[in-house]
Design a binder for this molecule. Sequence first.
Ligand code: DMJ
Length: 637
Amino acid sequence: MVVLRKLPGMPGWPAALGLRLPQKFLFLLFLSGLLTLCFGALFLLPDSSRFKRLFLPRRATASASSSSSASSSSASSSSTRDTDLPRSPPAAAEPRHASPAAPRRLREKLRAAARMAGPHTAPGSRQQVQGGPGRAQPASGAPPARETRAPFRFDYERFRRSLRHPVRGGRSGEDAETRARRMKIKEMMKFAWDNYKQYALGKNELRPLTKNGHIGNMFGGLRGATVIDALDTLYIMELEEEFQEAKQWVEKSFDLNVNGEASLFEVNIRYIGGLLATYYLTGEEVFKSKALELGEKLLPAFNTPTGIPRGVINLGSGMSWSWGWASAGSSILAEFGTLHLEFLHLSELSGNPVFAEKVMNIRRVLSRVEKPQGLYPNFLSPVTGSWVQHHVSIGGLGDSFYEYLLKSWLMSDKKDSEAKKMYDDALEAIEKHLVKKSAGGLTYIAEWRGGILDHKMGHLACFSGGMIALGAEHSAGDRRQRHMELAAEITSTCHESYARSDTKLGPEAFRFDAGSEATATRLSERYYILRPEVVESYMYLWRLTHHPKYRHWGWEVVQALEKHCRVEAGFSGIRDVYSSTPIHDNMQQSFFLAETLKYLYLLFCEDDVLSLEDWVFNTEAHPLPINHTDFKAAGQP
Ligand code: DMJ
């Protein structure tokens, strides 16, 4: 109407009826042009899928699907390098609606949309995962695109048939003492859970002295870290009622629509790991869908020039950044190197390769970057892909990166030979440069700062006894024997760090200098926060050697926990392991239920409970299945 009024000599629509023939002709010509323009615009508007569905013939949907997969193929290959990817990509399925006869501009526009949607439309993608800021859903809340193929479905029954042992074991034959000790650990788990439930359900951890909950700032507004971390332990220990309580909380109260700053690493190992493991153990869909939904929320952290994710992500907005304390905006080796196992399973369960692509890209960057003396420093720039500082450690900041190399290979049923080679090479460099023997004959793994050794081992580094033993078990000849000995020696050193304290619990870090041997020399390193790494190594060494000393040492830990950490309403860390009447830190860490108690329990189980032939444990002790059947090392070329 506005246009009509502006035309010279045309006062309005009724007056147009009185026009002469050439004028009428011109007017009709103009009108038909205008209509064509409007009709065309319906297709070119960004949110035009509803109109297209109305106007395009049905068969166009199917015929366009092949061209959509071609365009999405190029999308996936460039996705991890595109820093400008939108956080909520447009509907990935839109190209399926493009008619082969649609104008070239339209087809180009739709292809561009698919490119922006990136990996969500990668070839072979059979299902869009719902939820999260990165989710692929039709724009403006339009109904989901019509699928032309059957939606992807993970075959849970087939997976269960592929296991070699019942998950909770099937053999008996243990002696009465072993059974009694296992039952004691089960009682400790029930006590830890019951108190958490009573005083802190829905918070992240229990504060057992003040009998309330702790939320903290590690999980970006997510709650219930202890619930998620405890689920699989409750299940394995056959604490059925308690497992149901935890499951109900997940179903009714676990809210993923949060808006806060989370550690990518912690959310992955505790929440995604815990949910995935519980899904595989029970087949309950709720755990799978929550894991996938949360996994989608983590994807924006990978939008960096190298695809190396930043350490912190806002789960609501998708904004991500590096830790303030990490030098020059770097990402941490143990954080971005500890995503591989969980992300492969997210792809396996969703049929969406995006997760596997993200971690395979991390692998690519790490395998190409030059390593000083073959070692992996702990700080890498997500912008340039180069090391920022030459600090190397098998303890904090480095630890689980090495663990995940070995376990990626094991989880792939030994097909992922690249991971195995990286693990072997890294361990060789560690043996050559970092493994030392103290004056008193204790083997330890030192830290390395630009070529200078720091003769210190953190409690965290004590997981390495178990890891090296697990790797040795799958090696041959010389290397097998050498690594098994190294693993036993390191585990023994870690045991010494416990044995030399008044509480028989180990300090946060211990040193081998200035006359000290496996003891903390600084006040700030004397605390114990219910960490699992030492009992984790006992569990692996027991399973792989059956030497009774590992059960004996594990039982010493149980007694020390009972004596020094058990309080009226749960278990608490202590501030000084060298004090026989230690002060409590008022915190029952969620990893105490996920790891410490689980590894202790498994130490007193038969080997077929969560058999190492069927499962690898993620770094939070959540069991993930080995791919005996068809879950190929997804994302590999
Ligand atoms: C756990 O959250 C994990 O084991 C992680 O890899 C590092 N350490 C803590 C427990 O000590």
